[in-house]
Design a protein around this ligand. Structure first.
Ligand code: HEM
Length: 201
């Protein structure tokens, strides 16, 4: 027997977010530092990269907005999540003693969601200023120059951790995001409160 973890729409939105994130991230890194400018050659050279980056960022912001709408109700942090976060180091060492049972998403996953949502908002607002500098006051341009790469670095660090967890640490998590289903054993082991809720239905 299999349990549905992610619907087709959730998976399609997630992978569109991932593709547009990688595209926007790599083109952005190429524009950010001369040491990384070589990346631009993969995207058709400097002018093509400069053209593609803000559009990839816009697609990313739109699909992340769709992801936000579909998951926000499952991502509210509660009192149990605060206990989970306090015990997160212990959880990382594979000692689950006293760590509260996770619902559909654990508190670490919820933190990733909120970090990406806030970072995307900052990236989009500051990116819009950098995209249209001639309309913008000087102060807005100065703030955007500082804030845009800072938000990108936070977001990229979060996603590197996310990929590490989803691909290398939690077995079968990637399968869940590709095929949409998990076994009851997986659900019980990783999201016990979610599994208990499904059984109770
Ligand atoms: C680029 C490669 C990516 C890979 C390989 C990947 C992998 C995964 C996997 C395996 C899951 C399912 C975890 C589970 O079943 O509990 C997941 C969920 C999720 N992904 Fe990704 N992801 C990627 C990119 C992104 C990006 C760019 C974002 C947002 C900016 C994102 C946001 C999320 C969120 C919010 C969830 C639900 C919460 C969580 O599981 O952390 N992912 N991803």
């Amino acid at each position: 027997m299999k349990i549905e973890r992610f619907t087709f729409t959730e998976r399609a939105v997630h992978w569109m977010t991932a593709i547009s994130f990688v595209y926007a991230g790599l083109t952005g890194l190429a524009l950010w530092s001369h040491k990384l400018y070589w990346i631009a050659s993969v995207f058709g050279g400097g002018p093509a990269t400069r053209f593609a980056h803000p559009w990839a960022g816009t697609v990313f912001a739109v699909v992340l907005g769709l992801m936000f709408r579909s998951w926000v109700s499952s991502m509210r942090l509660d009192a149990q999540d605060q206990v989970w976060l306090r015990k997160s180091l212990q959880y990382a060492m594979n000692d689950h003693h006293g760590v509260p049972d996770a619902g559909r998403f654990n508190a670490g996953q919820k933190m990733l969601f909120w970090t990406q949502a806030v970072a995307a908002l900052v990236l989009f607002a500051s990116g819009f200023v950098l995209w249209n500098p001639t309309w913008m006051p000087r102060a807005a341009r100065l703030i955007a120059i500082l804030v845009h790469p800072a938000a990108a670095l936070v977001s990229i660090t979060g996603i590197i951790l996310h990929i590490y967890m989803g691909v290398f640490v939690v077995p079968k998590a990637l399968h869940a995001m590709v095929r949409g289903e998990v076994t009851p054993g997986w659900a019980r082991a990783h999201h016990r409160a979610w599994y208990a809720g499904l059984k109770g239905k």
